[in-house]
Design a protein around this ligand. Structure first.
Ligand SMILES: *Cc1c(COP(=O)(O)O)cnc(C)c1O
Length: 476
């Protein structure tokens, strides 16, 4: 018989030891991470000096390797789940889903077709049903699929829109989105083979509101030129400011003009769980397709995105291919093969983490967490507005707030303020004590906090503001 090692196996005892060591390390991280420094810095040269080597012919003990990985890999990674990671979109995650992901990987469940794993397909159906209900989509007609993230969900959506609205010839087809739409939409459009001339970027005003009149003019002009408007991408929570496009108005335009209405809710969709969010997202249920991103504000570990569609047949019409070797496992149409609804054939079992975390904590815990996040950003806005040192540049919107250091007494010009705020961010990040970077709003450099971590306290936020002030006074 072949030796264990050549079968890529460990003994039962070794497996347990290795597994327990990893669980211990993960738990230790979860209970101590708030006290760690969130930010990691390293150059390529430093990383090469630690890791670069030829693939070793001979192996090494798992414990030794694990110690090395914990010490050198984990410590050289920024902690997106840290309460003081405020930038981009944080990934708060949750332990139950981490374990669920481990379980799904441990059993290496193929979540492509019904026949190979009925329960995995069923759990995806069930979780998608939960989400359809949360977002007010038709439960019977609606459908959806879990993807690796929001980018893949947007790609899946644009591919579907193109197939349904354009058929085979999309040479005259035009797609519309705002200048605040997420870059992944442009990537999706490019990947699908549209030229730049087929994309209309609609400007937003100084408060980042979608210019409805400009959109209408643009569509009318395109029609007059013999072009074929086919799709509009709206943002339900832009990543920059959290602003939600006027979904009701856009839905009406799409209906009238026969456009596919895609809503990118990768950032803000989850806000529907909070009363204020639900209000802000009015009209989200009018979408033909909706991207949400559970690995952001639904607290799932990476990778998990989701596309919901009003009519599930639109996904199967777009993605079903029947290769010979999948003939025998067709099954009954109610027994969904998720490989027929999206791009991937082999898929990891993403539904399990969503399912287990909702079953463990209950949806109400998620509602409370999202509500807390939205309130925290508003609390910070109140705090900054009563300070003589800070200017709120964009109000707290779906847990995002943009602000800049701008002491009233000093009367600095914009150029100086840009440089000052850039330097504050750099000092904070260099100190590793908080992940707080800038963005550009109306060409001004501003600090941006995205407060979707339910473990971030108001004290954490105030400490970070105080840290910024202490750096600012030194730069000044
Ligand atoms: C994050 C984000 C995306 C991309 O999602 P990934 O999960 O990073 O692929 C798309 N749109 C918006 C609005 C986002 O915030």
């Amino acid at each position: 018989m072949q030796e264990k090692k050549a079968r890529l196996e460990l003994s039962e005892k070794e497996m347990k030891q290795f597994g327990y060591q990893i669980v211990d390390a993960i738990v230790e991280h979860h209970v101590t991470q708030d006290k760690k420094l969130p930010v990691a810095h390293a150059t390529r040269k430093e990383m090469d000096s630690i890791f670069l080597e030829a693939a070793p012919e001979d192996g090494m003990p798992t414990k030794e390797l694990l110690d090395f990985v914990l010490k050198k890999v984990m410590s050289n990674s920024t902690l997106m789940s840290h309460p003081k990671s405020y930038s981009f979109v944080p990934g708060p995650s949750n332990y139950v889903s981490v374990m669920a992901d481990t379980l799904a990987t441990g059993f290496n469940i193929f979540s492509g077709g019904w026949a190979s794993s009925p329960a995995a397909a069923e759990l995806e159906i069930v979780c998608i049903q939960w989400l359809l209900k949360i977002f007010g989509f038709p439960p019977k007609k609606g459908g959806g699929i879990f993807t690796s993230g929001g980018s893949m969900a947007n790609l899946t959506a644009v591919a579907t829109a193109r197939n349904i609205k354009c058929g085979k010839d999309f040479s005259k087809s035009i797609i519309y989105l705002s200048d605040q739409a997420h870059s992944s939409n442009i990537k999706a459009i490019r990947v699908l083979g549209f030229t730049e001339a087929q994309v209309r970027i609609i400007p937003t005003d100084s408060e980042f509101n979608f210019a409805l009149n400009k959109l209408k003019n643009c569509i009318a002009k395109d029609r007059l030129e013999g072009l074929h408007p086919f799709c509009l991408i709206a943002s339900a929570g832009t990543t920059n400011t959290g602003t939600v496009d006027p979904l009701m108005d856009l839905a009406a335009i799409c209906k009238k003009e026969d456009l596919w209405f895609h809503i990118d809710g990768a950032y803000g969709g989850a806000a529907i769980l909070a009363p204020k969010g639900k209000q802000a997202l009015k009209g989200i249920d009018k979408a033909d397709s909706l991207t949400i991103d559970p690995h952001k504000w639904l607290y799932q570990p990476y990778e998990m995105g989701c596309l919901l569609v009003r009519n599930h047949k639109n996904l199967s019409h777009t993605f079903t291919e029947k290769p010979e070797y999948l003939r025998d496992i067709e099954g009954n149409t109610s027994e969904i093969n998720f490989y027929d609804l999206g791009i991937q054939l082999t898929r990891r079992f993403r539904a399990l983490k969503f399912y287990m975390s909702i079953k463990t904590f209950g949806l109400d815990a998620f509602r409370k967490a999202v509500t807390y996040n939205i309130d925290l950003a508003e609390q910070l806005e109140d705090y900054l507005r009563t300070s003589k040192k800070w200017e709120v540049v964009h109000s707290a919107t779906l847990a995002i707030i943009n602000f800049r250091y701008n002491p009233i007494a000093k009367n600095y010009n914009n150029k100086h303020l840009d440089s000052l705020n850039q330097q504050i961010s750099k000092k904070v990040v260099d100190s590793q004590q908080a992940l707080l970077v800038t963005t550009l709003l109306n060409k001004q450099v501003v600090l941006r906090m995205c407060l979707i971590n339910p473990r971030t306290t108001f004290d954490d936020v105030k400490e970070t503001i105080a840290l910024c002030e202490s750096f600012a006074e030194k730069i000044d």
